[in-house]
Design a protein around this ligand. Sequence first.
Ligand code: MG
Length: 506
Amino acid sequence: MGGVVGLFSRKKIIKEILDYYRKIWAIGHALNLLHWDTETYMPEKGVVERSSAVAELSVLAQKLITDEKFVKLVEKAAELKDLNDYEKGLIRVLERTIRVAKKLPPRHVHEFAKVTQEAVVVWRNAKKANNYDLFKPYLKKIIELNREKAEYLGYKEHPYDALLDLYEEGMTTREVEEVFRVLEPGVKKILERVLEEKTYPQTHPLEEVEYNIRAMKRVNERVLRILGYPFNRARLDESAHPFTIHMGIFDVRITTRYEGKDFKRSLLGTVHEFGHALYQLQIDKRFSMTPLTEITSLGLHESQSRFWENIIGRSMGFVETIYPILAKSLRFIKNYSPNDIYLYFNTVKPSLIRTEADEVTYNLHIILRFKLEKLMITGEVKADELPELWNQEMERLLGIKPKTYSEGVLQDIHWSMGSIGYFPTYSLGTILAAQIKYHAEKQLGNIDEIARERRFKQVREYLREKIHRWGSVYPPKELLQRSFGETINPEYFIKYLEEKYLQKQF
Ligand code: MG
C-alpha cells in the first residue's frame, strides 16, 4: 500500500515505524471487530472463549508496542528536527501509547483488567438488585487501583490530571473546573426559567407511544441516508448500549437500540452515533492503517455526536425534514404536527438518570460525577460515603433526590469498567458542539435552515475540513486553535441554551 506517499517524507525511519505499526494496527482491527461482534451477534455461550481471545490479543499488542527496538525507533525519530506535521503527530501518538504501556507495571495492568472484568458483572447485578453493598468492595478496589495508576503515570498538579489526560490529551483538572465554574450557574439559571415559563414541556405523550420495531428500523436507515451515511463503508446494527466502532477508515459501524416505545430515543441515539461515525469516516484516507486514525480526544469525538444529535437532530428544521419519513413509517405520527415533534424532542425536566437527561440538565449530571471522582482520587471520600454524597449533590444541582441506589450512585457502567476521568469529556463535547455551531454558522449560515433544506453535505464538508480530516495529527487544543482560533469556551453553550430555550418564538 502506497497510501501515505506524499504525506510523510521519504525518511527511512518513518517508513520503518509505519511498517512495524501495521502489525499493531492489525491486532487493533481484530480486537475492534471482536468487540463489535461481542456486543451484537455473538451467541451467549461464546463469552468465555471470547474473553480469552481478547486478553491474549491485548497482551500481544502490548508486547509489540513496548518492543525495545520499536521504542528506540520512535525515540530516535522524535529527535529529528525536520519532521512535518503529520510525522510529528504520528510520533506524538506513539509516544503517548508507549508512555502509558511502559509506566504501568504488568502486575497493575493485569489486576486492573481482572478486577474490572468481574466488577462489570457484579455492578450489573448490584444495580438490578438495588444493592450497593454488593458493588462496594469492587468500587473500593477500583478507586485504589486508579489512585495507583495516577501515581504511576505521573502528574504536575492534581492526581486526577493523569487520568483525565488518558481521555482528553492535555486537559487538566483545573481547566475543567474553570469551565464548570461558568457552566453550573449558567445552566441552573436557564433551567429555572425554562421550568417557570413552561415554553418547553417536561414530558410529552409521545414518550408512551409504542412503535413497530421494523418500521422504526426503516426510519433510522432513511434518516441516516439523508444525513449522508455511506452504507458501503458503514453499518447500522443493534446492541443493548449503542456505540460506534471503527475497523479502519473504510469500515465504521454504529449500533442503536429499539425499546418499542418513545421513538426519539432510538432515532436521536442513531443520529448521535452517526456523528461519531462521520468523524472516523472523514479522516484523511491517506492515514489508513497509521496511528493518526486513533482517537486522541473523547471530548472532540463527543462534540461531533452532540452536534448531530442536539444542534441538528433537535432543531425544528430537522424535524420538518424528517417528518415525511416519520409519517410514512410510523402510523401514529399523523396525530402530531412537526411542532409537537419538536417539543417532544426538546422536553426539559430535572431527572435522576444521566442518559435520559435533556440538553439543559445534562451537564449538571457530569458536574456531579466530576466532583465525586476528584474526591475519590484524592482519597477525600471513601466508597462508603459515595451514595450519600451523590444524593446530596443531586439535590443541590437538580433539586431531586434518588430513592434507590440504582437510580443514584449505581446508574452508570463507567466506574465498574475502571474508567475514572472519562465523564468530563461528555460535557466538553456538549460545549464544543455549541461552539462549533457558532463558527459553522458564520461560514454556512443558519443551521436550522440548513437542516430544513437538507444541505447536510455542506455541514459534513465543513466538519471534515475543520476537524475530521486531521485525525490525531494535532492534540485537541491545538486543532481547536488552528481551526477556530480559540480553545474551549462554555459561554457559547450558555448562549446557545439561552437562544433556544428562552428566546424561541413558536
Ligand atoms: Mg457518544
